[in-house]
Design a protein around this ligand. Sequence first.
Ligand code: PLP
Length: 373
Amino acid sequence: MHAATILAQLDHVADPSTGGLVPSIHPGVTHRRSGSDGAMGYARSENGGATLVETILRQLDGGEAAAAFGAGAAAAQAVLATLTPGDRLLVDSGLYYEFGRIIGAFAMRFGLGLEQVDLCDLNAVDQSLAAAPTRLIWAECPSNPLWRVPDLAGLAALAHRHGARLLVDATAATPVLCRPLTLGADLVLHSATKYLNGHGDLVAGVLVASENDAWWREIVAAREAQGSILPPFEAWLLLRGMRSLALRMERVSKTAWALASWLVLQPQLRAVHYPGLPQHPQHELARRQFKGGFGGMLSFELDDAAAAVALCSRAKIFRSSTSLGSPESLIEHRRSTEGEASDCPAGLVRLSIGLEHQDDLHEDLRQMLCTDG
Ligand code: PLP
């Protein structure tokens, strides 16, 4: 079944107890123990809304098991909680900065080996894996905010040859465009806060696993221990948002592609980063790994931070704000958000494309760049 159909129908009957086509909210903390009738247990382990989110994401990503969390960061913490001192972790050198910070602090405190490698360079990954036993490769597809695209099948093959697992943060792609588990990844992480929900009104995360194995059970046990399950009200909102996901990804991909194709012609820009552009270094790979578009995220670079900040301040339609995947298009100077320790290019401006008419976004970019073209 196509993703659009799964999402629109939310597993056909969203609420089996009533036959309702719209899921109900089940806030109950505990449930009557009645033996074998499938009644739920305690709400720190499961709730009806989270279970339905998990069912849908498992189908979309083609996984064996899924777990919904109260944030993408909570999903990451549950994975980290399964690592033990001495474990070695390979992360992308261009990893989303907040996860880089969180994983770095965790590794320091708990004695993990942490190495940053350009995960788009399979030779470098192979060499790093050969240098020492490695537990986990933490990739992002596409990476935030340069939207680089690692070869997921290649990474998975290398990881498995060296006895490691591959986690892919596919937040910006969503399973509508890219399904890392079908390419060999072991675990997919989504910040559902972003395009999955699509309305900018909740924080949530989901993990989907290729196998319901001992590692997965440890991850789910960590969620229970940390109390980080997706709560019922947020689950309900997320399900409501996800029904339009396929339509939204189609729309934002079209708009982002058109805007990137125009931006790349503007002489005052040093670079435009969008996997849908033929000039993108992994464009051919992205064409194979993505289906139905390249997503709504792109970045471009001006000469320096001052020029980028000044450009953002001229935005009229784009909202000057962090995050991604909201209905309104967002613009931000990444270095200002990430702070002094950031190694993001100083003049980089990140755009999250929303649902506005393409012509209005184009006109806004045109006036921000002070160009008549
Ligand atoms: N992964 C990516 C690529 C992100 O951009 C973000 C947040 O911006 C996260 C994970 C973290 O997700 P959350 O904010 O839901 O904790």
